[in-house]
Design a binder for this molecule. Structure first.
Ligand code: FES
Ligand code: FES
Length: 164
């Protein structure tokens, strides 16, 4: 079994871990760091449930090996809230019923986190395009789109510290 030691930051915490070179980033987050908010659906890049933010980009953690993340800065769903204060995108999902079982939700939140940074005033079509790579089996997407629009408004009017 080949192993390698990596150093990286997850949710602003530094970590150093020795991992098997074949271990995916998703399994590393869940099994080695106990950050089980990153969900695994398809495990081959289709469903978006495993989306996390790596160096500012939304990526599918099932398609990366942990050893590729040496020196990276990663945000998972556990890092979104500020203590007891939900992130504005989380608040919007809660207020607008953007989830049912919640399995897909971490992936949607982090996809939107990156999208809304780049597109702070999106049209409905742009939101639908942005989330087209995330699959939800419960909601029919209607309330997710409403929540995404509400999140954009919240972020636009949030104090500077909560715009990210
Ligand atoms: S589990 Fe990674 S995209 Fe489905
Ligand atoms: S809320 Fe259940 S899969 Fe999306």
């Amino acid at each position: 079994m080949k192993e390698r030691t990596i150093r990286l930051s997850v949710n602003d915490q530094p970590y150093e871990r020795t991992v098997e070179v074949r271990k995916t980033l998703a399994d590393f987050l869940r099994e080695d760091l106990d950050l089980t908010g990153t969900h695994l659906g398809c495990e081959h890049g289709v469903c978006g449930a495993c989306t996390v933010v790596v160096n500012g980009e939304a990526v599918r953690s099932c398609l990366l090996f942990a050893v590729q993340l040496e020196g990276a800065s990663i945000l998972t769903v556990e890092g979104l809230a500020d203590g007891d204060n939900l992130h504005p995108i989380q608040e919007a999902f809660w207020e607008h019923h953007g989830l049912q079982c919640g399995f897909c939700t971490p992936g949607f939140l982090l996809t939107l986190y990156c999208f809304l940074k780049e597109t702070p005033r999106p049209s409905e079509a742009e939101i639908r395009e942005a989330i087209s790579g995330n699959l939800c089996r419960c909601t029919g997407y209607h309330n997710i789109v409403i929540a995404a629009r509400a999140a954009a408004e919240k972020l636009a009017s949030a104090p500077a510290g909560r715009r990210t």
